[in-house]
Design a binder for this molecule. Structure first.
Ligand SMILES: Cc1ncc(COP(=O)(O)O)c(C=O)c1O
Length: 219
């Protein structure tokens, strides 16, 4: 329920922040507003809060603190991961037609730079069809980018069988896990993937503070 009495149901677009999130953010804006890159004491206090937040998020997600990079939101995280991974000679990117525009538009941009987009087949329920994996042009594939939990259909992909093939071929996977955070733990472990982009507001956090988690290794 909103303060105007409306019943709010659009939690896939964004969630209402928990009161304790609002209180914590307000407290740190009051007390720890210094630049965390500064050497003076207030700066160091802000740095401590930032690093503790990074560790907490890493623990929740099953990642290491050094793998969590804060961004402004899901779109920036996805941009960072895709444009970071698509360095060097262009090749083929695997994705589905149902990717969020944050992924789709980034891939279309890469297409203009010579990348080829290969859309994976899904069944009538929107789930990836594993039978196609053996017939994919693995020699050309340089990157895979997939939505883990769909923001409109709610479909959750089983990424593990594709991740296994990617590992065998040394192909990095980027997961748009914006809608998956908070639904299940340890996205890396569950999916067997290397890089994920996470949004913020979809799990009762404060708006405009997304995160991108980049794991080491090719997959
Ligand atoms: C699946 C998915 N990917 C990416 C985004 C983009 O995230 P943001 O709005 O934080 O830029 C959203 C937004 O809700 C989303 O649902």
């Amino acid at each position: 329920m909103t303060t105007s009495g409306d019943i709010y149901l659009d939690n896939n677009a964004t969630t209402r922040p928990f009161p304790e999130v609002i209180d914590t953010v307000a407290r740190h804006l009051r007390e720890n507003y210094a630049n965390p890159g500064s050497r003076h004491r207030p700066g160091q206090a802000a740095r401590k809060v930032l690093e503790e937040a990074r560790e907490t998020i890493a623990r929740i997600l099953g990642a290491a603190a050094g793998e969590v990079v804060f961004t402004s939101g899901g779109t920036e995280s996805i941009n960072l991961a895709l444009f970071g991974l698509a360095q060097g000679k262009p090749g083929t990117i695997l994705l589905t037609a149902g990717e969020h525009p944050a992924t789709l538009e980034s891939c279309r941009r890469l297409q203009r730079d010579g990348w080829n987009l290969h859309f994976l087949h899904v069944d009538g329920e929107g789930l990836l069809i594993p039978e196609q994996y053996d017939r994919l042009p693995w020699g050309e594939i340089r990157l895979v980018s997939l939505i883990l939990a769909h923001n409109e259909t709610g479909v959750i992909q089983n990424i593990a069988p594709l991740a296994e093939r990617c590992r065998a071929h040394g192909v990095p996977i980027h997961l748009d896990a914006v809608q998956a955070v908070g639904r299940f733990r340890s996205i890396f472990t569950r999916s067997g993937c290397g890089r994920s982009a996470w949004g913020r507001t979809n799990f009762t956090g404060r708006g405009a503070s997304g995160r991108c988690c980049c794991a080491r290794g090719p997959s």
